[in-house]
Design a binder for this molecule. Structure first.
Ligand code: BGC
Length: 470
């Protein structure tokens, strides 16, 4: 098995892939993260107005929020099949189109059913984006750029949430909820146009036997013929000579594939069990309950968005310097400590300015901890660990786990708080972060700078998961 993409292996051409066409294509793809975040962040402010204008009950308002996750679940389920058949570029294009249609439906809604339909379509699109974008980026780029660009996708997701909070805050002054929910239409159209300039994924082309097209794409992406040919040889070796089989068949017949799928699913479940979306979706409620005024809580929520986005920028630089494992472990430790502090403040019902500020700081530190590691790295790792023949299926399973757990955690949080109290709830999430740290130490591989075909070779050779990278 060749070391495709290893920058300094003696005697092998060094694929450049740093900058140029690969960088532009990966950056365009990463912009899908902005759309995903925007749709997550906008609804918080818009919901109140929609509820008022359509006399929506609390239950109906819950549906307006959660129908997006139902769509995302279905979207990530179908994305693997669609993307395998029509390619990553088409999948991304279809998703942007759906977001545009969904945003228009919401903005022009004459009845609540139209909003539900619009949000559902946007959800399907988000499911497709979160499946396709990290996978596509990891296939377009090599070496350090791979981690950097998948992290950029994650950072843009955080930036999108912040943009959603801010736009919601500004437009809510005049009650312009239709503008709020229609806003994603503009970036969706831009990204749809951008998709026209994206190349097909070389791995996808090769997996369909279109080797000469794959070679041509690789040559333009890498700007170096020898490196491109070397990389294609690696992809061909990964594909082997056997006939392609479906994901379920692979699961049944290849133990190593069961292990990589389990790792991806485990990573995404652990990411959601950190409690991140409890803070993302319910920050204003948590802070109001802790005696923040309504507008102070709104601004504090914007702060949560700012920290999430700013730390995301820092993560882009850290991910290629520190490596996946140290960053992920540090991230878990920070999150566990921050939530333990929040648990103490809430559990002991501490009052007064000091307690309120400390709770706010604890939540911000938690979000920073997530943004520097668990947020970007889980998506990066999931796009790196699957073998080429089952990549669509494997990434589909982990993306599905992400949305399924997101739905489960955010739909039970308020009920758990009502039964157990906020203190014990935060304590529970703190413990889950310790579990995530142990999970990382025991099974997560270090994939920084390791070519995808080398990871696959190690996986197939039966190495323990923790050692399929370096
Ligand atoms: C998670 C999302 C979360 C977002 C916050 C992502 O990595 O998968 O569930 O809302 O980070 O920035």
């Amino acid at each position: 098995m060749s070391a495709v993409g290893t920058p300094s292996t003696p005697g092998t051409p060094a694929p450049t892939g740093q900058g140029g066409r690969a960088g532009r294509a990966a950056l365009t793809t990463a912009c899908a993260g902005l759309l995903v975040g925007l749709d997550t962040g906008l609804i918080a402010e818009a919901l109140g107005f929609i509820g008022r204008d359509f006399h929506a009950t609390a239950r109906m308002q819950e549906w307006i929020v959660s129908v997006l996750m139902v769509g995302a679940l279905l979207g990530s389920l179908g994305a693997g099949v669609f993307s395998r058949r029509f390619g990553r570029r088409m999948a991304l294009g279809a998703a942007t189109l759906l977001i545009g249609v969904g945003a228009l439906l919401c903005a022009t809604a004459a009845m609540i059913g139209q909003i539900l339909l619009g949000r559902f379509l946007i959800g399907v699109a988000i499911g497709i984006c979160t499946f396709t974008a990290p996978l596509y980026i990891s296939e377009l780029t090599t070496g350090r750029m791979r981690g950097t660009m998948v992290t950029t996708f994650s950072m843009l997701q955080s930036a999108g949430i912040l943009l959603g909070y801010l736009a919601g805050g500004i437009l809510s002054g005049g009650g312009h909820w239709r503008l709020m929910v229609g806003l994603p239409f503009v970036p969706a159209v831009l990204l749809f146009a951008g998709c026209a300039f994206l190349p097909s994924s070389p791995s996808w082309l090769a997996a369909r036997g279109r080797f000469e097209e794959a070679r041509a794409v690789l040559r333009t992406l890498r700007g170096d013929e020898a490196a491109a040919d070397h990389e294609l040889a690696g992809i061909q070796a990964e594909l082997g000579t056997s006939k392609p089989v479906g994901g379920f068949m692979l699961l049944r017949t290849r133990p190593y594939f069961r292990r990589s799928v389990a790792l991806g699913v485990g990573l995404q479940i652990m990411q959601q069990l950190t409690g991140i979306n409890v803070v993302m979706y319910y920050a204003p409620k948590i802070l109001e309950n802790a005696h923040f005024g309504t507008s102070a809580a709104a601004w504090a929520t914007v702060m949560v968005g700012v920290v999430n986005a700013v730390v995301g920028v820092g993560a882009i630089f850290m991910v290629s310097r520190w490596g996946r494992r140290p960053l992920l472990v540090t991230s878990c430790v920070i999150m566990a400590c921050a939530l333990a502090a929040a648990a103490v403040i809430e559990g002991l019902h501490l009052q007064g300015m000091g307690a309120v500020v400390s709770l706010m700081v604890a939540l911000l530190v938690f979000v920073a901890g997530f943004g520097m590691g668990a947020g970007p790295l889980v998506w990066t790792l999931c796009s790196e660990i699957q073998p080429i023949e089952g990549r669509d299926f494997g990434v589909g399973c982990s993306t599905l786990a992400n949305w399924g757990m997101d739905w489960a955690v955010s739909n039970t949080f308020l009920s758990i708080v009502a039964v157990a109290g906020a203190g014990w709830t935060f304590a529970g999430f703190s413990v889950m972060n310790v579990v995530f740290m142990l999970f990382t130490l025991l099974v997560v591989p270090e994939t920084r700078d390791v070519p995808l075909d080398v990871i696959e070779a190690h996986l197939e050779a039966g190495r323990p998961l923790r050692r399929i990278g370096r």
